[in-house]
Design a protein around this ligand. Structure first.
Ligand SMILES: Nc1ncnc2c1ncn2[C@@H]1O[C@H](COP(=O)(O)OP(=O)(O)O)[C@@H](O)[C@H]1O
Ligand SMILES: [Mg+2]
Length: 228
């Protein structure tokens, strides 16, 4: 049943993505090629925003189906998790600061931090986790991306000091489209952690959600490989 629901959701996403994108193009034309009152323009930009969010959701559902399909597995090669983390932290640092967060990186010195992976998907995984901290921690604060090596595994952690996720909800938030009640009004579609979980599975890694006392620590343990 779960498999068939998944299939249906990706079929729907696939079939509806193109028509929705056409609607977006038409709305854009109305916005740019006609004269509108301020009130009309305001309503129209709401509609444009909504269609963008729908397209984004469909894109994430399709990407999820693609990752779960496993075809990417043949593309994995040795990549340095520390280097990927550094790049994504550099990229998100300014946005984090603007939103009241101190984003930092903690890399264990002299540790072997290479894993068999896909650079693009791993950047997305780390990016989703950092974005979650920026979105779901209302008061700002420190966000730490860590890379360490223990017992032959390369461990990636992303930690914040926010409200965390209650233990009873931890497996549910990994399901697609599931969001905590407290997050109903924040931006998002409930697919970020589903993607993180799918990417983690693709890499043969183990994902756990832990209590950072206070806050959330997402911990992902990758089977280690030697650098290529
Ligand atoms: N760092 C975090 N702190 C507290 N709650 C979180 C955090 N990350 C995720 N969550 C909760 O898990 C839910 C699912 O996360 P996600 O799949 O990324 O969806 P989205 O961010 O689009 O809501 C979020 O809606 C939020 O309720
Ligand atoms: Mg998210």
């Amino acid at each position: 049943l779960v498999a068939s629901i998944r299939q249906v959701s990706s079929d729907i996403a696939h079939d509806l993505k193109t028509p929705i994108q056409r609607v977006a193009v038409v709305l854009d034309q109305v916005m740019n090629k006609t004269t509108l009152t301020e009130g009309q323009e305001e309503l129209l930009s709401k509609a444009i925003g909504e269609t963008e969010r729908i397209v984004q959701t469909f894109q994430s559902l399709l990407q999820l189906a693609q990752i779960e399909g496993g075809a990417v597995r043949d593309r994995l090669h040795s990549v340095d998790l520390a280097e990927i983390s550094r790049d994504i932290v550099d990229f998100l640092e300014v946005e984090a600061e603007e939103r009241g967060f101190a984003l930092s990186l903690r890399i264990q010195p002299d540790a072997a931090t290479c894993v068999r992976g896909d650079r693009h998907l791993l950047s997305q995984l780390i990016g989703n986790l950092v974005q979650n901290a920026l979105t779901h921690v209302p008061q700002g604060g420190p966000v730490v991306v860590g890379v360490t090596r223990t017992g032959g595994e390369t461990i990636l952690t992303v930690s914040d000091n926010g409200p965390g996720i209650p233990e009873s909800e931890r497996s549910k938030v990994l399901q697609r489209l599931y969001r905590l009640d407290q997050s109903r009004t924040t931006e998002g579609n409930g697919l970020g952690l589903s993607l993180v979980s799918a990417i983690s599975d693709l890499h043969g890694a183990r994902l756990t959600l832990e209590d950072n006392k206070p806050g959330l620590t997402v911990r992902i343990a990758f089977p280690a490989t030697e650098p290529a």
